[in-house]
Ligand binder design. Sequence first.
Ligand code: FAD
Ligand code: SF4
Ligand code: SF4
Length: 479
Amino acid sequence: MTTDRMLKFVGTAKRMPTKRPPEERARDFGEIYAEFDAGRAQQQAGRCSQCGVPFCQVHCPLSNNIPDWLMLTAEGRLEEAYEVASATNNFPEICGRICPQDRLCEGNCVIEKGFESVTIGSVEKFITENAFANGWVKPVVPPHERAESVAVIGGGPAGLAAAEQLRKRGYQVHVYDRYDRMGGLMIYGIPNFKLEKDVVVRRSDLLAAGGVAYHPNTEIGGSVTLEQIRARHDAVLIATGVYKARDIMCPGVGLDGIYPALDYLTASNRKGLGDAVPSFDDGTLDAAGKRVVVIGGGDTAMDCVRTAIRQGAASVTCLYRRDRANMPGSQREVANAEDEGVDFQWLSAPEAFLGDRRVTGVRCHRMRLGVPDATGRQTPQAVEDSSYTLDCDMAITALGFDPEDLPAMFGAKELTVSRWGTLRIDFRSMMTSLDGVFAAGDIVRGASLVVWAVRDGRDAADRIHDYLAAKAGADRNAA
Ligand code: FAD
Ligand code: SF4
Ligand code: SF4
């Protein structure tokens, strides 16, 4: 039932949490948004009009019960708000920070025309941060332990969400990751100014406290084979993400000074975590003092340009072959990058990298948008005689990611993949072509979002439980 604390959108304007000024935030890697205090969260949550059919919820990949936790927040019932918010999301404070809300929940908030959407993500972040501060967020305590064990290959959001859900049911859960820390791209891809690393570490520590066993520095397909993992555990979840950088085809691409985005971002994130990073420490992957050109228009490109600004680049230019309205990255992140001093060259693409041994410039040409292709997107076409040159000491390519060749990597030819190289699963059981081996996250969807990885991880945990329960039933009947 709607209380008199709701429907305040007419009298209360939309307010985001305070954003640090660009000149201040460009000097460090701290998050750029402050947090709501309880009063502001309560006030902003009260703007919700408690729709009968909440389109915000429909467009949240986790179907979060947004109207209910907004109402509970508006009423100051914050522990209950946390219970509701955490019932459908393993990492609400992370999604509240980094979901592209303008394309998901907030972008579909149907508050009356002329009024701006409810600040759903910021309230979600507040609810969970407040719950941590009050000690309401506790490690999992399963109602009973089960003997069966499940291996999760990959400790990113898909793997960790599945691990927590399986642990809730009492399974013995082992997460194997080739990296030294858990969190996947939340640790080594997404920069600190969007998601501070202690927020991710706090979650992975909580899972460990709830009994999830971690095996870092363990590459499946390297020192340990998939077959060995299958022999050790009753079920396996593959949640290895997608990491093969898409190549750029143009002359000069082999020159020194041209780097794939993830190498650059991982070095920066490791540096922020206090690691020794030879390729950064010797100046190779440090943008300080350099004229940087980033190629691409997605969120990864936005993270690169904004990292380069913070490292003290002399200039940062972003080249994107379509226009602003057609870029895949979040508009909010583009606006943040512009405020921080990034120069966007829309409708521009590289023609050649220039230089003898090292890159010294990028020859670009202007593009126009032609007729739509089969997907409905207008195809960019080069404009004749439109070449121009940008000076450049460091170029970063951010053109997206494809899956590695997993069947070859795992030595498992029977593992079937789609024509894009993503793992094929049965969409009902989420099982791959190998019995008892499931898959979730980017390795199934292709490069996507944390919130979708959490959704997939939760679904996979349910399907693994169905599989193990059916197997236990069959074993009992056979005995
Ligand atoms: P990952 O997070 O990639 O985790 C996979 C894990 O598997 C890794 O830890 C890896 O080490 C491990 N692994 C891989 N192979 C093996 C192996 N053979 N053996 C053992 N372990 C292995 N999404 C958002 O929602 N918001 C954002 O702002 C955002 N920004 C992004 C910025 C960048 C730069 C990038 C690259 C991505 C961004 N994303 C963002 C996308 C998001 O990070 C991914 O969609 C999400 O992390 C996918 O989760 P996952 O668990 O499937 O895979
Ligand atoms: Fe919005 Fe993401 Fe939270 Fe869903 S999980 S409510 S899409 S911020
Ligand atoms: Fe509230 Fe907007 Fe969701 Fe409607 S769509 S329930 S107004 S947040």
